[in-house]
Each structure stands twice: as C-alpha cells, then as structure tokens.
Design a protein around this ligand. Structure first.
Ligand SMILES: *Cc1c(COP(=O)(O)O)cnc(C)c1O
Length: 219
C-alpha cells in the first residue's frame, strides 16, 4: 500500500483515538520516522502535508536534510552519542533522547538551543537507553543549569509487549513523571503498534515509521 493510503488510515486512527480521549487532533504531532526511508519517499510524505520527520542516525540523516525542503522540523530520535551531539544539535530542531551530562556539554558548544526531551527508560530495562525515573530529579538540575536546550518534556520507547494495552501503565507513569519537568508539556511516546493507547494517556508526539512507510528491511 502507498504512503497516501497509509496516511489516510493513520489520520483516521489518530482522530478517533484523540476524540475518544476528549483531546484535539491538533494537540498531537505526527513525527514520521524515516530511518532507512529514501529521500524520494520522504518527499512523497512531505507533499502529503507532513512537516515533522524523525531520524535516528546522524550519518544517515545529513544527506537527507541537505536535499529535502528547509521548512521540515527534523527530530532526532536515536541514541545521542556525545561525540555527535553537537552536530545533531546544529541540524535538528528537536532532540528526543537526552540522558546524560556528556551530551549536554557537547550541545553547549553548538551555539543553537534546540527543543529537547529527556528519554526515560520507563520499565527499568537493563541495557536499554534512557534515564531511570529515579534519576530524573538529579538530571533535571543539570539540564536547567546547562541552559543549552529548551527543555520541553519527556520521551520513551518502552518495552516490547505483545499487546498495546500492556503499554498503558508505562505511558501513564510517563504522564505522571512529566509533572516534574518545569514547564514541561511534551510527551513523546507511542509508535506504530501502540500510538492509540499513547494518545489516550496524553502523548503529544507520536513517532510513526512502519504504519506510514511499511516494514523496514532489517539491517
Ligand atoms: C524506528 C523508531 C520509531 C518508529 O517505529 P515504528 O514501530 O516503525 O512506528 C519510533 N521511535 C524510535 C525511537 C524509533 O527508532
């Protein structure tokens, strides 16, 4: 199925989930995640009206940023290695994956002040990126002190579950944690499998790859 049909279906589902939760569609930003997607297909999505795109690797993203329209809001959703954080900050509007002081020091050298979210490892999974909820207070101090980003809120990927409904308690925990972020109002959570539950629990940014562009080839 083409991107146009996928987007129509996706929009219907987003609308329905928002309405069921008593929320407005325009309070939810669709971030189209385009890792492994060619610039031509990203352009197709752009021509259908999408303006927020997410990439997870700097090296893959830079050539795309170069050839695609300049009014795109690029979101960095991958692991933010500190040795690349400065260049990411210079090229992306929103960083979804802040989690340590090394990144902050690198971003401080960028001379831009991007929007940013702190990534939370919401199920305390070993080996998973993101900050544990218990470490949020301490890291918040560092972020605010650094003053190198506009801190907007929180992001999570969440555990692999067999049914979207199993994500609900984690998403709910995220919405509660957001209250700790001074002025924080953005919650980036929900992907192709579970965005409806995420919207019901307060997601403001859903990150969608597969439901728009189809299955990715495994690398
Ligand atoms: C790939 C990716 C997505 C999109 O996942 P889908 O299941 O394809 O919708 C969302 N968030 C992050 C961080 C990703 O890496």
């Amino acid at each position: 199925m083409g991107i146009r049909e996928n987007l129509l279906r996706l929009e219907e589902r987003i609308e329905r989930a928002a309405r069921a939760a008593g929320r407005r569609r325009e309070d939810i930003t669709l971030v189209a995640v385009t890792k492994t997607v060619s610039p031509e297909r990203i352009r197709e999505a752009y021509d259908l009206g999408i303006r927020h795109f997410g990439e997870s690797r700097l090296q893959e993203a830079l050539p795309k940023l170069e050839v695609l329209p300049k009014d795109i809001h690029w979101h960095f959703v991958g692991t933010l290695q500190s040795n690349k954080a400065r260049r990411v900050a210079e090229n992306f509007a929103v960083l979804h994956t802040l989690e340590n002081e090394r990144q902050l020091r690198a971003i401080a050298g960028a001379g831009t002040r991007p929007d940013a979210l702190i990534e939370i490892n919401i199920a305390d999974e070993p080996q998973k990126s993101g900050l544990r909820a218990e470490d949020l207070d301490r890291f918040l101090e560092s972020v605010l002190e650094c003053n190198c980003v506009r801190l907007r809120g929180l992001m999570t990927v969440g555990p692999q579950v067999s049914c979207p409904e199993e994500m609900r308690p984690y998403f709910r925990k995220m919405a509660n944690l957001l209250k700790k972020v001074p002025g924080g109002s953005w919650l980036s959570m929900g992907m192709s499998q579970d965005f409806e539950v995420a919207i019901q629990e307060g997601a403001t940014h859903i990150r969608i790859g597969t439901a728009l562009f189809g299955e990715r080839d495994r690398i």
